[in-house]
Ligand binder design. Structure first.
Ligand code: BG6
Length: 495
């Protein structure tokens, strides 16, 4: 697939010559951005100055200590195993401390940028500050078109359709669309990219990938931990805004899209947009909201908060391919497992020749995309058991990637933004279309129902799927990973 850079016919865009990270002392930067910068430094791909901006008034030694501690203790990606690369990275770092509402902060930033002409500004800050920072970049003359600056904005982009439009207008008053990189780190994950590849690099799937053969799709994004130190953010977002209208919808688009019309990410974006626009806006009866017991005691959470930490919903994609097929999505904190999985349920055979091969006898065939913790794809099919009786078992043929990922999502996406490559970012139309789907339930919804930590959300969530065989529990699945003595193509028990 050729990669469409945002400059289109004009050819590849010049690489950024500086990276500015707002929110440098924040949780996201500590967990994801420092490891990404460090990984780039190890590969010799971090060559531009990096300026961290934060309100914390720390000296250089404190900043250095913070970066080191974060890599050692916050990152899940292996600490510091290459001291020379770490030193190279540190030599590129400098810091600007100041209030984002104070023009002096941006004057100081301008001085720190020196002669840089194509800085990338990455906003790893609370969404409520996006507009302030973007406007201040404009006022300080840091984002003029002639400079070819870029801005990378974290999700959620806005709080609803109206605020997303407003934020978009602010962003466009300072940056052209081609310079706005709306990040959804799920798009930088190998397992998610593999959905696109697996669907369209194989020929056996397409003929059955439609309403005639597929009974329903379930997607689960479970996390077995709570909101931790992110109470302030979570109170303003909630599960629907945090992971559903972005991460889960992106997975739906990749599964539901028609084949891109030509070989370019531009065509992929357009096929995905078609899905988002065909999603039926949600109604209150499509959504069950939950809140884990104990959420009220978390730091920075209101004692009477109704913010949801769990969502289960039923969605329809009203295209000819998917008409009438239910898509069940659920996500939440404090669930039984940290797992992201898609289960595509096939229809049973049209004629029930064998008692056990229909809905009454058990589950029909399915395709399972395990996206996390370890990526893989399983195809479940029935095979006859030895003996006179025509009865069988369902087994999974599984394909697992046995090579480690070469790049974490933030490393990939920050590198792409610096290179001006927008293939794995979300454009304004997609963001607006996603908000339009959830808009009706942002205000009109039932209360967040309590659920016990370690359960799959409130019992009411089961009501959504009751008529379609219930939720398939990814935690009880045989995990897709390779037994040490097996080859990747070995069959294993299904359900
Ligand atoms: C983030 C959400 O976008 O995605 C978090 O803000 C969530 O709440 C995280 O935990 C999940 O990402 P990953 O890569 O750990 O699956």
């Amino acid at each position: 697939m050729t990669v469409a850079t945002r400059t289109g016919a004009a050819g590849p865009r010049a690489r950024s010559d500086a990276l500015v990270v707002f929110g440098f002392s924040g949780d996201l930067v500590g967990k994801k951005v420092f490891p990404a910068l460090y990984a780039m430094a190890k590969k010799g791909r971090l060559t531009v100055p990096v300026i961290g901006v934060a309100s914390s008034k720390w000296g250089v030694d404190e900043w250095h200590g913070h970066v080191r501690d974060s890599l050692l203790h916050k990152s899940h990606e292996g600490g510091i195993d290459d001291p020379a690369a770490f030193d190279r990275m540190m030599s590129l770092l400098s810091y600007v401390s100041g209030d984002y509402n104070d023009a002096a902060t941006f004057t100081a930033l301008k001085a720190a940028l020196g002669s840089a002409e194509r800085p990338t500004f990455y906003l790893a800050i609370p969404p409520s500050l996006f507009a302030t920072v973007i406007q201040s970049l404009g006022h300080a003359g840091l984002a003029g078109l002639a400079q070819d600056a870029r801005v990378v904005v974290e999700k959620p982009f806005g709080r609803d359709l109206a605020s997303a439009r407003e934020l978009n207008a602010v962003a466009h008053s300072v940056f052209p669309e081609s310079s706005i990189f709306r990040i959804d780190h799920y798009l930088g994950k190998e397992a998610i990219m593999n959905i696109l590849y697996f669907r369209f690099a194989n020929s056996f799937l397409e003929p059955v990938w439609n309403r005639d053969h597929i009974a329903g799709v379930q997607i689960t994004l479970g996390e077995d931990f709570g909101i931790g130190e992110r109470g302030g953010f979570y109170e303003s977002a909630g599960c629907l805004r945090d992971v559903v209208e972005n991460h889960l919808f992106q997975i739906v688009t990749l599964l539901a899209m028609d084949a891109p019309a030509y070989q370019s990410f531009e065509a992929v974006h357009s096929a995905k947009l078609g899905v988002l626009r065909a999603m039926r806006p949600l109604s209150a009866t499509d959504l069950v909201r939950g809140q884990y017991i104990g959420y009220h005691e978390e730091t920075a959470v209101a004692h009477d908060s109704d913010v949801e930490t769990f969502c289960a919903l039923r969605l329809f994609v009203d295209t000819p391919r998917w008409a009438g097929v239910p898509w069940y999505l659920r996500a939440g904190k404090q669930l039984p497992a940290s797992v992201v999985e898609v289960q595509v349920q096939m229809q049973p055979p049209p004629q029930q020749l064998f008692d056990d091969a229909g809905p009454a006898g058990g589950r029909a065939n399915y395709v399972r995309f395990r996206l996390q913790p370890r990526a893989g794809v399983a195809l479940a099919a029935r095979i006859k058991r030895p003996g006179r009786e025509f009865v069988g078992v369902q087994r999974e043929l599984y394909l697992a990637q046995d090579e480690p990922e070469t790049m974490a999502p933030y490393e990939r996406l920050l590198g792409d933004a610096l290179a001006g490559d927008g293939a794995l970012f979300t454009d304004e139309d997609a963001v607006m279309a996603a908000w339009a789907v959830v808009e009706p339930v942002l205000a009109a919804h039932g209360p967040a129902l309590p659920y016990g930590p370690g359960t799959w959300g409130p019992a009411e969530a089961d009501g959504l799927t009751a008529g379609d065989g219930g939720w398939h529990d990814p935690a009880s699945d045989v995990p897709i990973d390779l037994p040490t003595d097996a080859s990747p193509s070995k069959a294993r028990p299904g359900r």
